[in-house]
Design a protein around this ligand. Structure first.
Ligand code: DON
Length: 343
């Protein structure tokens, strides 16, 4: 009896790593392999429409994985901070769901993939501000406008606090990126105004766009991002600090939206390869969530045409494959007997 109990404890503690029998050292070596394999990949280029991002050293490359039981694995440039950019959309959305419930989002910006680039004005026009997505700019700026507060400071405190709670440490804004993006974000300002015209943004659109720009400028490192991803993988409870960040009931909606639009117009290809909800940012970060198991993050500044880090995507794809973490990659159960009329 004792032996059975012991075996059960052992089984339950060993495997957050999917069906595979990966051990901690397998995970560590998988991350190092991914780093080694893709560190010389030079495809893509830094985002250049935000001048401060153009200057970030293109060779930086960090990878982190955090499990739902709080174990942290890393490889490469892990202490280097970079701006979170669009990945922040996931956490402001999480806050709005927590504060105001699902209908606040589903009945306003919607949860559909737009099929257009992330800052498309045509997409807003086509659908009059609806049938958008909280992870593309019009929907994201509108989502930021829905955070409740008496004034900009009170709203900002909620935004930075929810990001910090997901990361498990106090995060700060990269002032250089914030200034640089504020000076060049006329397109987002136009989107904010247009979303006001279609009555999706009901507060001051200049303030909403400014707060959105600030949230995109929050500094993180790869470990912060992996902890944020792991908090979603763990149903809203940060596995490192053990604090509840959002209610478990909201996580599935966040992951669904990430699955449909997390990598913009390349989301379908990404899902086809990995099966994982993910989100990218033009700072070079990508997060992916293996629900109930772990969060992965990778960071490297060179982006493909859709605005997603080339190395980060490759590294996460490789790790997903190695750790057998694609939830759609199903092993048939039992033995299949071919009937006489089948081939
Ligand atoms: O609004 C922008 O253009 C940037 N702050 C964020 C865009 C972004 O990260 C798109 N991501 N891949």
């Amino acid at each position: 009896m004792k032996n059975i109990a012991f075996a059960l404890i052992l089984l339950s503690s060993v495997n957050v790593f999917a069906r595979s029998t990966s051990s901690a050292s397998d995970v560590k070596s998988t991350l190092s392999e991914a780093h080694k394999k893709f560190k010389d990949l030079k495809d893509g280029k830094n985002a250049d429409y935000i001048p401060a991002l153009k200057k970030v050293p293109s060779e930086l490359f960090g990878i982190a994985l955090v499990t739902v039981d709080g174990k942290v694995y890393t490889a490469g440039d892990i202490d280097k901070q970079f701006s979170i950019q669009s990945i922040s959309k996931v956490f402001t959305l999480s806050h709005v769901l927590q504060e105001s419930g699902e209908k606040q989002i589903t009945d306003t910006v919607g949860v559909d993939a737009t099929g257009d680039v992330f800052n498309s004005i045509v997409a807003v026009e086509k659908n009059k501000g609806h049938e958008m997505n909280p992870l593309v700019n019009p929907g994201a700026i509108a989502t930021t406008s829905m955070v409740k507060g008496k004034n900009a400071d009170e709203i900002w405190n909620k935004i930075i606090n929810v990001h910090s709670a997901f990361a498990g440490r106090p995060l700060e804004v990269n002032q250089e990126v914030y200034k640089s993006e504020s000076e060049t974000n006329q397109r987002n300002q136009a989107i904010g105004k247009l979303m006001e015209a279609y009555e999706i943004i009901k507060t001051n659109p200049e303030q909403a766009t400014d707060l959105y720009t600030r949230q995109c400028s929050i500094n993180v490192n790869a470990k912060d991002l992996a902890t944020m991803a792991a908090t979603l993988a763990n149903g809203g409870l940060n596995p490192v600090t053990r604090t509840k960040v959002i209610d478990q009931k909201h996580v599935k909606g966040v992951l669904a939206v990430m699955s449909t639009a997390g990598l913009y117009d390349n989301t379908g290809q990404w899902l086809f390869k990995t099966g994982l909800p993910a989100k990218s940012g033009v700072g070079g970060g990508v997060i992916a969530i293996v629900p109930g198991k772990f969060g992965i993050a990778a960071f490297s500044p060179r982006l493909d045409d859709a605005g997603n880090s080339v190395r980060a995507q490759r590294a996460i794809e490789y790790i997903t494959e190695k750790l057998k973490a694609n939830p759609y990659d199903i092993q048939p159960r039992g033995e299949y007997v071919i009937g006489k009329d089948e081939r």
